[in-house]
Design a protein around this ligand. Sequence first.
Ligand code: FNR
Length: 402
Amino acid sequence: KEIDMSASLERRQFFKTAAAGVVAASAAISHAQTAPANAPLVVGLNPADAKRPPFQAQSIERSLRIADLNDLEAEAQRVMDPGAFAFISSGSDSQWTLRENRASFARVAIKPQYLVGKPAPDLRTTLLGQQLSMPIITTPMGAHGLAHQSAELGTARGTAAAGSLMTVSTMANHTIEEIAAASTGPKWFQLYMPKSRDEALALLRRAETAGYTAIVFAIDAFAPGSSDATIRMQCSMPSSLMLVNAGQSGYKTSLGWDDVKFIQQNTKLPLVLKGVLTPEMAKLALEHGVSAIQVSNHGGRQLDGVPAAIDALPAVVDVVKGKVPVIMDSGIRRGTDVFKALAMGANAVAIGRPVLYGLALGGSMGVQSVYERLQAELSRDMMIAGIASIKELSRDFVMPAA
Ligand code: FNR
């Protein structure tokens, strides 16, 4: 059955938390009917590509029952273009870091407090002046159009509907201004540093004018990560998906603290340094006056072999000593993951692939549902562990698993 996808996805409930804690799902799912189900798609190299945009075909209706966001990946794979799925899901090289991002959470155990008579948990928090319904934000990711035709507009609407904050990548398929206008929710802009300082300045000015409230500078991605899956499939970005904010000069392939200073000298917005994995780097970041630190290994997509972000977090927190907020991303899939990251000293976590999978499966409603699922889990976990507010979460509530 053919339906108008853009309209139906906005109206339809993707999945909803039911009383029993199970997730009931009713989804409208975009599906690329034009590509054979398992055919590797060589996108961007094919002149016919423009005639068969794989990301805006028909839609089908089906139901999902998802209780665990880890299951989203397999569901998203069923509806996504194979090349797009490979690009989003994979990690670099042997994917050791990608696997560690999940495995490391299993090495942390939770120490609950019982019989403490706490009220229902309050998940609200403030991050660099932005009020959030929960300590979970959308991390910057390029090309949301790979997941769904609404692209970053859907992510912006879904994130805002959940009461949270979206970080917009320089590599977006919509303009900085279009994404700002898509929702009233708070937004940060993640800058990839153009070779041309004029182009960098122009991006900073545009982000400021459009109402973004922080600049995120990713320090770990000046050379592209390399995934075996996308090499095998010969994937490249479809020509129909433009990276509309990119300038003519290309991006710098060597970064230094002078780039950090350049941003600080040319914007009044706070600067978040993303990609910090060591206490040494955190110390330098503080010395350079950054406003926040994002502990991240880019979701295992850059240098394979660097530690899981959750393993790197405590040493960074020990150096930062609460002077600036610490955000952690890479591998967050469950409420207990958020619980552990906050207990180990993060002020908030950022989520990546689950957002794109939610977007692929249900547009903005899918994104909102991913947030609501994590929120419900975290709330329940805190309630059982005897914690009424995220400020109370400390290392007293975690220990190494045996
Ligand atoms: C990313 N990431 C990323 N980071 C960034 O600073 N700028 C970017 O443009 C991108 N692009 C991007 C694309 C895709 C498809 C993914 C999956 C990731 C990294 C991202 O911000 C974050 O560090 C990880 O996604 C977090 O890991 P999880 O939540 O995906 O496990």
